[in-house]
Design a protein around this ligand. Structure first.
Ligand code: NAP
Length: 481
């Protein structure tokens, strides 16, 4: 059992809570307050986790479906009955406000319950072997088997639910899993392990190994006994992992600078509300966050006025206060980077409509227009509370400009015109198009992932389970009389 208030939190190594003399300080980015420390695991620790996971895999794959369902439901019950504790952990170690953190904790409960439901539906099909000449008299089928030991590497911005998106499906499908959470936010992942321990998950099936990616990442990524790396994080780390991983399955959930399109026929007030929320949720540190908005020329002026007015209502402040709409970025370093990208755009001719001021790790919700296409902030993922507004003459231009970057995770399109909605759905180069919602819309059961530099493979419980299992064919040659 871990306690966020206690200095010195242990990591979860194959069912045991262990400490180490090398530690990492976990600080609240709002005031740099020391929350606790966690072990800075060594390569040897990671090797031990992998060794133990070999035993864990045998245990996990032999667990009956009803046992898996029971453990998953009990873990979900545990989190639900300690929801506020989980929310406070998320809000303390990360950027989210308490209201945002409660939503993440509730979604985590749903993700794990969904994993329990999907555990029942891991099935195969019969195969018509006699479709091939000479294969008469054979009957058979395929089942789906666990892929093996899974290495899960997770980011700081959804420190609980994104870990649950890997752990829930892994347990549902009979795998062993080792989580390497983000160094900035390891506590939520450890609290997830606490829930699975309380639910009776056998030792060795799950480890949460805390440590620096550059120190222990390679051990996990390159180990031949690890059959899959499920990574969520930035493109740079994702590429580095892809180049090193060797012969194993890769799931890459990477970043984006998501576009939104608002056409003249749309409900403008709803479009403003959804896109402001989509841009500034979790202080813009959201892979689905709205970064580029293409608005039809005829309504542009009014849209800008409403958008800026709504943005200026956002209240920054103490994350644990119910009144606060937006917390700080994950670190002052990140806030300085965002500030420098905005300054670069302004120097190149962009207009700052509101925001643009930094105070420590906090950065005001910021709206820019007339940002030249060559600026860093127009091309790369800002991962901060900044949105860029552009006027476009029609849907064709909006789609072309939306597609002009190397990312492609999700897009939002606001229109009541069916033709335009279909045109955008077909032509936008992304993994998901949300009509009359911002790019930020997602449920945990849908296929989720990107094209281009936004990733490889899909998450969303049912789809993750598909990635975490492999078909196995069984064929009977029968001597028919
Ligand atoms: P990050 O810097 O890429 O780190 C993600 C994880 O990778 C951390 O646990 C990190 O460990 C680890 N890591 C870094 N370099 C590694 C290496 N060479 N080998 C193995 N592990 C390594 O990302 P972040 O700043 O935490 O998160 C923000 C990014 O995640 C954004 O780009 C965002 O869009 C993306 N994201 C994508 C999705 C999605 O579903 N598509 C969801 C959420 C976030 P350390 O913390 O120790 O460095």
């Amino acid at each position: 059992m871990i306690n966020v208030e206690t200095v010195g939190t242990n990591m979860f190594l194959a069912g045991k809570w262990v400490n180490r003399s090398n530690i990492i300080e976990v600080r609240d980015p709002e005031d740099n307050r020391l929350l606790t420390t966690v072990p800075a695991a060594s390569k040897e620790d990671m090797l031990e986790a992998i060794d133990e996971a070999k035993v864990g895999l045998k245990i996990a794959s032999n667990m009956s479906v009803h046992q898996r369902v029971d453990i998953l439901n009990k873990a979900a019950d545990y989190i639900e009955s300690h929801l506020e504790e989980y929310a406070i952990t998320i809000a303390s170690e990360g950027s989210k406000t308490i209201r945002e953190a409660r939503k993440e904790a509730s979604r985590c409960v749903q993700t794990i319950r969904l994993s329990a439901e999907e555990a029942r539906r891991i099935t195969g099909e019969t195969i018509s072997f006699d479709q091939a000449p000479g294969s008469e008299g054979r009957q058979g089928y395929y089942t789906r088997i666990p892929i093996g030991i899974i290495g899960a590497i997770t980011p700081f911005n959804d420190p609980l639910n994104l870990v649950a998106h890997k752990v829930g499906p892994a347990i549902a499908s009979g795998n062993a899993i080792i989580v390497k959470p983000a160094t900035a936010t390891p506590l939520s992942a450890l609290k997830l392990a606490e829930a699975f321990e309380a639910a009776g998950l056998p030792d060795k099936v799950l480890s949460v190994v805390t440590g620096y990616g550059y120190e222990i990442g390679d051990t996990l990524v390159t180990h031949p006994d690890v059959r899959m790396i499920s990574f969520t994080g930035g493109v740079e780390a994702g590429l580095a992992i892809t180049q090193k991983a060797g012969l194993k399955k890769l799931s890459m959930e990477l970043g984006s600078n998501s576009p939104g399109i608002v056409l003249a026929d749309a409900n403008m007030i709803e479009a403003v509300e959804a896109n402001v929320s989509g841009a500034f949720w979790a202080a813009g540190q959201n892979c689905l966050g709205v970064q580029r908005l293409y608005v039809e020329q005829t309504i542009f002026e009014l849209f800008v006025e409403e958008f800026v007015a709504r943005t200026q209502e956002y209240r920054l402040g103490n994350k644990l206060s119910e009144e606060t709409d937006m917390g700080p970025l994950i670190s002052e370093k990140e806030a300085i980077r965002v500030e420098s990208w905005v300054e670069e755009a302004v120097l190149q001719g962009a207009r700052l409509l509101c925001g643009g001021k930094r105070n420590g790790a906090s950065y005001e919700p910021t709206v820019l227009m007339d940002v030249p296409d060559h600026c860093t902030i127009a091309r790369e993922e800002v991962f901060g509370p900044v949105v860029l507004l552009y006027a476009v003459s029609n849907i064709k231009e909006a789609i072309e400009r939306s597609n002009s970057v190397h990312f492609g995770l999700q897009a939002g399109v606001f229109t009541n015109n069916l033709e335009y909605a279909f045109q955008a759905s077909e032509q936008l180069e992304v993994g998901g198009v949300m009509i009359n919602d911002s790019s930020d819309y997602r449920i945990d059961g849908m296929p989720f992932g990107g094209v281009k530099a936004s990733g490889l493979g899909r998450e969303g419980v049912q789809f993750t389970i598909h990635e975490m299992t492999e078909p196995k064919v069984i064929c009977f040659k029968l001597n028919k009389q």
